[in-house]
Design a protein around this ligand. Structure first.
Ligand code: GLN
Length: 283
């Protein structure tokens, strides 16, 4: 008979050996997923006996995780903005740092007259747009992505969150086929320099979609394409919220200024790195 405690001990030791950070936390998430309970349940039920078929299921998950597949792809779920998003290898895994964009856009939305229209460029799992629509009952939105498979995941998330009646997903390259004006453009485009691939964690490099990660030789290619289009689609009182990579603020703001945008604010992430730039159109 094997208890929760014994399994967590063994699993976390294996994860540690495979070089995975926070091994106990990940062991708890995996076992909780298999037992279909909250992780807190494991803490209070450490003597619970785990069935052999559940141990087998955990073994299967562990093979994948020890090959450095991200946990979110194994469970198929990632929490973002307190909501559960389905993810798979066609979508970037939502990052806690991107919640800053949602917070900034929500603060701005308070000043707008409803109904509010939002455009998400490179929507991936749909996390940014759907978090906003969840918080703003009088808003509707368009999510654009190059990847049809990613849009399938985004649509699934919209259905799960019961937001599908207020959102439309379009396969497109930076919204060339969108012809509506919007109050908010939000975007977390690919911004990693191709040469930086060697510095990425195996989980990212080996499993996350490269077209969602890399922004060309200097990392800025997508901003060059999306900023002029965002300018055309934003209303005069609208704002653009973009996630950026570490140290990219000056270079990206130069592209924005060139496209007649004026920087309104910059927001730092949880590590103090400037992560979100906000622009309005130059009057
Ligand atoms: N908007 C999605 C996110 O923030 C996807 C971004 C991307 O694919 N680069 O997670």
């Amino acid at each position: 008979m094997t208890t929760v405690q014994q399994i967590l001990y063994k699993t976390s030791a294996q994860l540690l050996q495979s070089g995975i950070d926070n091994p106990m936390m990940e062991a708890r998430i995996m076992l909780a997923y298999i037992l279909n309970v909250a992780t807190s349940y494991l803490v209070t039920n450490s003597n619970y006996v785990v069935e052999p078929r559940q141990i087998q299921a955990l073994d299967q998950m562990m093979i994948r995780r020890c090959n450095r597949e991200p946990l979110a792809y194994i469970t198929g779920i990632k929490e973002f903005w307190g909501l559960n998003f389905a993810v798979d290898r066609n979508t970037l895994i939502p990052r806690p740092d991107s919640e800053i964009l949602v917070e900034a856009a929500l603060n701005f939305a308070k000043q707008l007259t409803e109904p509010i229209k939002i455009l998400d460029l490179g929507t991936g799992s749909g996390c940014l747009l759907l978090a906003l629509l969840y918080e703003l009952p009088n808003a509707s939105g368009i999510g654009v992505d190059q990847s049809l498979k990613a849009l399938g995941v985004a649509q699934h998330n919209a259905n799960r969150l019961q937001l599908s009646d207020r959102v439309q997903f379009i396969q497109d390259d930076w919204a060339n086929s969108v012809n509506e004006r919007v109050d908010i453009v939000i975007t977390n485009p690919p911004y990693i320099k191709i040469a930086d691939i060697c510095n990425l964690a195996p989980e990212i490099k080996m499993y996350e979609p490269h077209q969602a990660l890399f922004g060309g030789i200097d990392g800025l290619e997508c901003y060059r394409k999306l900023l002029p289009r965002a300018f055309q689609l934003l209303t005069d009182h609208g704002c653009l919220f973009a996630e950026i990579g570490q140290g990219q603020e000056d270079a990206i703001n130069a592209i924005a200024t060139h496209n007649k945008f004026e920087l309104v604010k910059q927001h730092k992430d949880l590590q103090g790195i400037i992560r979100c730039l906000v622009w309005k159109k130059l009057a």
